[in-house]
Design a binder for this molecule. Structure first.
Ligand SMILES: Cc1ncc(COP(=O)(O)O)c(C=O)c1O
Length: 435
């Protein structure tokens, strides 16, 4: 297989033979893509896939969407890539975001979700003068030291009566970063109350994905988000919504439109540029204005910040999302696929539940919808993985881990749903046989 040969070659050039450790799937399973098209791709061995992984979320319209690519190419031809100076385009894109996200009064741009989270957290610390950040078990906020601590749910015994251990995502982290973070389970008002009663005066912010895009799209309840908002206000802590996955995907105005509750700061990335590297963080003017040159001011910037390529892509993507019903199509297509999967699982009498919206839904093999990462332990994630691997072998790409949602894009409206149902049926039958 060409992909196996390519991996042998790339192993000479990069650790694990890949540019991102999560792309390594094993000596014969690591995927090498040749060409992306609409809602799928062809790999280097000529195999075609419908792709529900979609690069972990950025693709909201489809791969190689001309409505985005052509304005970007035109921008590069006519204006150039970047200069390290300001452009009119900076404000044009900011104003488009503000027109659909009323929670944003001022913002700054970044190049990745990680960078946007770093900017938001630093701004929150600068504003509050406090150090600690509360994060939610099962959330993910990028690969920088303090966000690389997690509750070890995989080894946790729910019957033990003990709290899960906190562990790092690998070595090399600054050890003190552990002390800056406090992990709590989603939807537990008791845990929220306890952490604030103990450390409330030191908490700069709560950082949360209200729909856990890295934990099967499990959703915060409306009551939890309302209480979280009140608690942050009561203690003078900031509420940061990490909308790197949900922004410009679950609704034009992201989760804040769905919940009707605004964060003080929000991070965006992924769907904002339909695959081009562009991100942002922003929120209340008084908080964002902490980014200044005073002695107390927060520093933010970077060589590639607000480069023309990323901004031209964001401008074009936002235009499509604002002017068309693309997001409604994405949502309806996701709902259709959930129904199709429900029929297949019912046929085989396997319990199934979904969490999250159609645009990024989680599939859980359990009678009841998990409410937080601890509940995930009660789902049959091994059967899910066998099911997912069988789908992959038949040309349906997704992450073989039920903590990663199915991502939808507008182009998926044109897939062959009948074929998808047949393939899912065969895949589940095989998975139940243990293969
Ligand atoms: C919610 C969330 N925040 C932050 C990040 C980090 O984004 P990036 O990989 O662009 O640095 C991710 C990445 O998946 C994410 O899902």
């Amino acid at each position: 297989m060409k992909s196996t040969l390519l991996l042998e070659r790339s192993t000479q050039n990069m650790p694990l033979g890949v540019a991102d450790s999560y792309r390594y799937w094993g000596p014969n399973e690591t995927v090498f893509v040749d060409q992306l098209t609409d809602g799928g791709f062809t790999d280097v061995d000529g195999k075609e896939f419908i792709d529900f992984r979609l690069a972990y979320g950025p693709i909201i319209l489809g791969y190689r969407d001309k409505r985005v690519d052509e304005p970007v190419i035109q921008w590069i031809r006519e204006k150039g890539t970047m200069s390290g100076f300001s452009m009119q385009l900076d404000s044009e894109v900011a104003e488009k975001i503000k027109s659909i996200c009323p929670n944003i009064q001022k913002l700054r741009f970044a190049n990745s979700g990680t960078e946007a989270v770093m900017g938001a957290v630093r701004t929150a610390r600068g504003f509050t003068g406090r150090q600690k950040v509360v994060i939610i078990e099962g959330g993910f906020h990028g690969l920088y030291d303090e966000m690389m601590w997690k509750s070890d749910i995989e080894s946790w015994d729910p019957q033990s009566g003990k709290e899960p251990e906190v562990m790092s995502f690998g070595s090399g982290l600054a050890a003190h970063s552990r002390d800056l973070i406090q992990l709590i389970p989603l939807n537990s008002l008791q845990a929220l109350q306890q952490v604030f009663q103990k450390d409330g005066e030191q908490i700069a912010a709560v950082l949360i994905e209200p729909i856990l895009g890295n934990c099967g799209s499990m959703q915060a309840t409306q009551e939890y988000i309302s209480q979280l908002r009140k608690t942050c206000d009561q203690y003078g802590s900031l509420l940061i919504f990490d909308e790197v996955k949900t922004g410009f995907r679950v609704a034009r105005g992201g989760v804040q439109e769905l919940y009707g509750i605004h964060a003080d700061l929000t991070t965006y990335a992924k769907a904002m540029g339909n695959g081009y590297p562009i991100a942002a963080f922003g929120g209340r003017s008084d908080v964002m204005d902490m980014i200044n040159f005073s002695e107390q001011g927060v520093v933010h910037g970077g060589t590639y910040t607000a480069n023309g390529v990323g901004l031209a892509a964001a401008s074009a993507t936002l235009d499509v999302l604002i002017k068309t019903n693309a997001l409604r199509t994405v949502e309806e297509t996701g709902q259709k696929i959930m129904k199709l999967l429900a029929r297949v699982f019912a046929k085989h009498s396997v319990p199934l539940s979904f969490s999250g919206p159609g645009s990024m839904f989680g599939v859980h093999l359990s009678e009841t919808v998990p409410t937080n990462y601890r509940d995930w332990k009660m789902t049959d994630s091994d059967l899910y993985t066998r099911f997912a691997k069988s789908l992959i072998s038949q040309g349906i790409m997704l992450e073989p881990d039920s903590r990663e949602p199915w991502f939808l894009c507008e182009a998926h409206a044109n897939i062959d749903f009948g074929r998808l149902e047949d393939v899912a049926d065969t895949a589940l039958a095989k998975a139940l046989q243990g293969s």
